[in-house]
Design a protein around this ligand. Sequence first.
Ligand SMILES: C[S@@+](CC[C@H](N)C(=O)[O-])C[C@H]1O[C@@H](n2cnc3c(N)ncnc32)[C@H](O)[C@@H]1O
Length: 220
Amino acid sequence: MTDGQALAEAQQMHWQRTYTAHPDMYGGEPSAPAVHAAEVFRAAWARDVLELGAGHGRDALYFAAEGFTVQAADFSATGLEQLRRAALARGLEDRVTTVAHDAREPLPLADASVDAVFAHMLLCMALSTKETRAVVEEIRRVLRPGGVLVYTVRHTGDAHYGTGVAHGDGIFEHGGFAVHFFDRGLVDALADGWDFQEVHAFEEGELPRCLWRVTQSLPR
Ligand SMILES: C[S@@+](CC[C@H](N)C(=O)[O-])C[C@H]1O[C@@H](n2cnc3c(N)ncnc32)[C@H](O)[C@@H]1O
């Protein structure tokens, strides 16, 4: 078992090194959940999107190209620098701002200031259950009434669940990447007080990673 703070710091360094060694590692095309989220956000008349764990921005740039205004947050300054360069190259710099931010800290945003939040594989990073609940409380605070949250997480059906280095609280580390594998109880707990819309199972990548895409919104 590793101390939470030490694990968080090691993870931040690991992501910095990873983006330095593998610029644009997730490619330039949007993820499937981002394409879905854009439809959900449009249907909810959303304009301002906050993305948490945006990395080098494959999805933030897609939201911007689709006409949304995007605030892209991540604790990797290297990933965000790659995002800014890509935004400039695509002429999207007016629609995307970057925010260097550790999800374990309060969001530097006003209450009820964004229409929609997207987080693809951020909540399943090395966050304890308590920290994950706090992140979702922060999302609730910055979302407007009726605002929508679409997030994805790896879950306990994933091949890496229960293997590698165990850090406790459902967190296992492979190749330096620590992942909090969600069970359904945690998804349900994080939807408490929200209008729960959907849990959709899907796969991504070559392992493949087994994920849930969760959509929930705040009451109006
Ligand atoms: C699995 S990657 C996904 C990146 C991006 N969402 C994508 O799909 O292209 C997870 C991202 O979360 C970021 N991250 C991990 N823990 C974080 C934390 N505590 N605060 C902010 N960002 C974090 C990493 O730097 C990384 O960019």
